[in-house]
Design a protein around this ligand. Structure first.
Ligand code: SF4
Length: 382
């Protein structure tokens, strides 16, 4: 194992934490991660990761009409993913698959704070935050081991009440203010567009840094996207955040096996979702990318029936569906790199700048997922 470490990040606490995870790794001191990351590394290269500083803006605006509200942004704290989805745009976005962890979290948080303040939605509710967190805290005695946590909450749910005990005052069960009012003005920050942040939390400690950070704000939400089932790190936060939504991507098992290499299987993802929604975490179901493979109508029809049967959709915060979609430029790039990838040949180029499944498939997917959830947000392009 090789750790490439920028000299500039030596003193960051995050750097120390990552180094401590790999005590026998060789360390190579570098000036700028791009000197390595932007080069094609041969496949036989020893396993490695890069610890670096984010020197440019970590935040960028999403395209118009992108999901929740008009005020949505991506932000990045790491690059590259351990999973290997055949359709993933990371395959051609970067020259190699080394993972990069940016460790100057305080700079990134400052940038987010400035954006929140300048947007006008921010009403820095430090006091509200303290109160809300206090009411949502779960005492360690109550939920350790994890198994007992499920039992406690399942019992409460059967009684139709969702209460958490305040461990500081032990003053009985209190109703937490879990659900945040989401108005059109809510500012959304999407993490993990360049990595699977829940999986990589083992190395990045992203959740314990950024979930409490986002609790400071009113009218601001963060979304953590993942295919990982690393639920332990979410539960280890010891509170149910009001400003973070956990979004899990789902696809039929047959497609997971064929196109989503090394990702958890469908049943494990469903189990993770169910554990979280039964604890009243905000969970977003992301049905994507919908793939117009042979016999897709039957495969997706059965998949949706399976989801209905296995997940209590009443407890799901929101859902989203999107077919596989590339810009023409990206499509040509991936086709050049993976000319034998069958799903690419099932997409059509239309009169705009996008390549996607045909109208018949889009109508089918649209009706199917609206039938599953009438509020399901469907891909931005149609
Ligand atoms: S999990 Fe997401 S980021 Fe990772 S390879 Fe698959 S599509 Fe790409």
């Amino acid at each position: 194992m090789i750790l490439y470490i920028e000299k500039d990040v030596l003193d960051y606490p995050q750097t120390e934490k990552i180094i401590s995870l790999f005590p026998s790794a060789s360390k190579v001191w570098i000036k700028n991660y791009k000197n390595i990351f932007d080069k094609s590394i041969p496949l036989h290269q020893e396993k490695s990761l890069i610890i670096a500083k984010s020197r440019w803006s970590a935040i960028w605006k999403t395209p118009d009409n992108y999901w929740h509200t008009p005020n949505t942004y991506f932000f990045k704290t790491s690059l590259n993913c351990v999973f290997d989805c055949a359709y993933c745009y990371l395959k051609w976005a970067f020259k190699n698959d080394m993972q990069v962890y940016f460790v100057n979290y305080e700079d990134i948080k400052r940038e987010i704070t400035n954006l929140v303040i300048s947007s006008g939605v921010e009403r820095s509710f430090e006091e509200t935050n303290n109160e809300t967190r206090k009411n949502n805290v779960i005492s360690k005695e109550q939920i350790s081991p994890l198994q007992s946590k499920w039992q406690i909450f399942n019992t409460i749910n059967k009684n139709g009440k969702i209460h958490f005990k305040d461990p500081e005052t032990s003053s009985g069960w209190q109703s937490p203010n879990i659900w945040c009012q989401e108005k059109n003005s809510t500012l959304w920050f999407y993490s993990s567009d360049y990595s699977d942040i829940l999986w990589s939390n083992k190395i990045s400690w992203f959740l314990s840094e950024f979930v409490p950070f986002f609790e400071k704000f009113e009218g601001v939400m963060m979304e953590v996207r993942s295919k990982s089932t690393n639920i332990k790190d979410i539960l280890d936060l010891w509170f149910v955040p009001k400003n973070t939504e956990f979004a899990f991507s789902l696809n039929p098992q047959i497609l997971i096996e064929k196109y989503e290499k090394w990702t958890p299987n469908l049943d494990d993802r469903i189990e993770t979702i169910n554990k979280l929604i039964n604890l009243w975490y905000k969970v977003w179901l992301r049905f994507l990318p919908l793939l117009p493979i042979k016999d897709y109508k039957n495969i997706y029809g059965e998949f949706v029936a399976y989801i209905k049967e296995r997940i209590d959709l009443e407890k799901v915060h929101s859902s989203f569906a999107s077919w596989l979609l590339y810009t023409k430029e990206d499509y040509n790039e991936i086709l050049k790199k993976y000319p034998r990838l069958d799903i690419l040949y099932r997409l059509k180029q239309e009169n705009d700048n996008f390549v996607r499944c045909d109208r018949d498939a889009r109508d089918f997917f649209y009706n199917l997922f609206h039938d599953l959830d009438e509020n399901c947000m469907i891909c931005m392009d149609d």
